[in-house]
Design a binder for this molecule. Structure first.
Ligand code: UD1
Ligand code: UDP
Length: 384
């Protein structure tokens, strides 16, 4: 029997969370041989996901450096992947999303004329500087990819409008929902004294994350000033901020937010406690992409700390709102959610425009169709 060698390349926390369930699914398939390559654009934040999902990479480029630039990540990944691709000769390379590892991975495969399958393809903000550089990373990867695994119809339509061929696009839902549904448990207990001591029933927990490159500097300072203002005004809130490992984010966060008794600056949480913390929080403020997809599934209102988003579906469903990057606006809309129960209630409903937990299965079927193992193109996933 012919088996096809599928190489998954990823390097950061969000790619790992979204590729891990797919790697786990591929492992069970007799038609495919799984090869996992990590660039390790992230280190600790990547390794915790590999441990959680029991993934042992076949190759680890270990490229991360403190304060790395985009040039560093691109060059070190591209060069490192050259040798691995030559040695392993995969039949297809899978990359995910929009990071610099994604772009370098797809380019490295293209240089050896190896077809690329792009997971989480087709999201667009329409502005190559926001998210920066992710919008262009994703677009360029779309230009290289043979197969496009689009999470939603909006993403599929974006690809069609750019000339991608319909027969190569598969609407699958987002694999992040597969990961989330395996991870969130109603009776989850944190193994962390600070989190275990929070009375989630009495306190309103605001969970905050921010790390986007285009928010570094003044926008991030504005966000932090809004948090300080909210902390002064509302004694019933606890602000939990797992601070990204990026030293620029950490320095600013500690400078502006240290010394407030209900603002908790903590280390990035492992995925399992983080997903369960989202489920227990009152409200989430974030510039993260993945969290915009996960929180709606948990029925948690999300305020996006950006001026645009390439994930419009939950905004349309009403559970996500753009809060922008100005202190006044962020303060005003958060205040509204803390004081206006009707407004909160309208945002609180659980919606799943990003997936139903079966995205990995659909991607595997898309691969089977491409390799001629099955003859019928899998049906696109439809939300509602
Ligand atoms: C990258 C991705 C972004 C994704 C984000 C997820 C690009 C261009 N950007 O952001 O799309 O949303 O990751 O978090 O690919 N660090 C550690 N340990 C870690 C991880 C990071 O110390 O485990 C520190 C290092 O000093 C590193 C810095 O954080 O240099 C920034 O990491 P980097 O991957 O460059 O982050 P971004 O490009 O901001
Ligand atoms: N996440 C995590 N621990 C944290 C913060 C986030 O495990 O302390 C998870 C979150 O649930 C989501 C992913 O990391 O699945 C999002 O990663 P990030 O915000 O770094 O990147 P983005 O999604 O913006 O690319």
């Amino acid at each position: 029997m012919t088996t096809f060698r599928i190489m998954s390349i990823f390097g950061t926390r969000p790619e790992a969370i979204k590729m891990a369930p797919l790697v786990n699914t591929l492992e069970k398939e007799a038609d495919f041989e799984n090869i996992v390559v990590v660039t390790a654009q992230h280190r600790e934040m990547l390794d915790q996901v590999l441990n959680l999902f029991n993934i042992m990479p076949d190759h680890d480029l270990n490229i991360m450096q403190p304060g790395q630039t985009l040039y560093d990540i691109t060059c070190r990944s591209l060069k490192g992947l050259e040798k691995i691709l030559k040695k392993e000769k995969p039949d297809l390379v899978l990359v995910h999303g929009d990071t610099t590892t994604t772009l370098a991975g797809s380019l490295a495969a293209y240089y050896q004329q190896i077809p690329v399958g792009h997971v989480e393809a087709g999201l667009r903000s329409g502005n190559i500087y926001s998210p920066f550089p992710e919008e262009l990373n994703r677009k360029l990867t779309g230009g290289i990819a043979t197969l496009h695994f689009a999470p939603t119809f909006t993403a599929k339509n974006n690809l069609l409008s750019e000339g991608a061929c319909e027969k190569n696009i598969f609407v699958t839902g987002n694999t992040v929902i597969d990961a989330l549904l395996k991870t969130v448990k109603a009776d989850y207990k944190f193994n962390d004294i600070k989190l275990d001591n929070i009375d989630f029933a009495k306190k309103k927990v605001l969970l905050v994350t921010t790390h986007r490159r285009e928010n570094l500097g003044e926008p991030m300072e504005n966000i932090f000033k809004a948090l300080v203002k909210l902390h002064e005004e509302f004694t019933e809130i606890e602000i939990i901020f797992p601070v990204h490992k990026n030293p620029v984010v950490r320095n600013l966060a500690h400078r502006v937010l240290s010394g407030y008794n209900r603002i908790h600056l903590i280390e990035p949480l492992d995925y399992e406690p983080f997903a369960n913390l989202m489920a227990k929080s009152y409200l989430i403020l974030t510039d993260s992409g993945g969290i915009q997809e996960e929180a709606p599934a948990l029925g948690k209102p999300v305020l996006v700390l950006r001026e645009n988003t390439e994930r419009p579906e939950a905004v349309e469903a009403g559970t996500v709102k753009l809060a922008g990057i100005q202190c006044e606006n962020i303060h005003k809309i958060t205040r509204e959610l803390l004081t206006n129960q009707d407004f909160y209630g309208r945002m609180e409903k659980a919606v799943n425009p990003y997936g139903d937990g079966n995205a990995c299965h659909r991607i595997v079927n898309g691969l089977k169709y491409y390799f001629g193992i099955i003859y019928e193109k899998p049906e696109d996933w439809k939300y509602m």
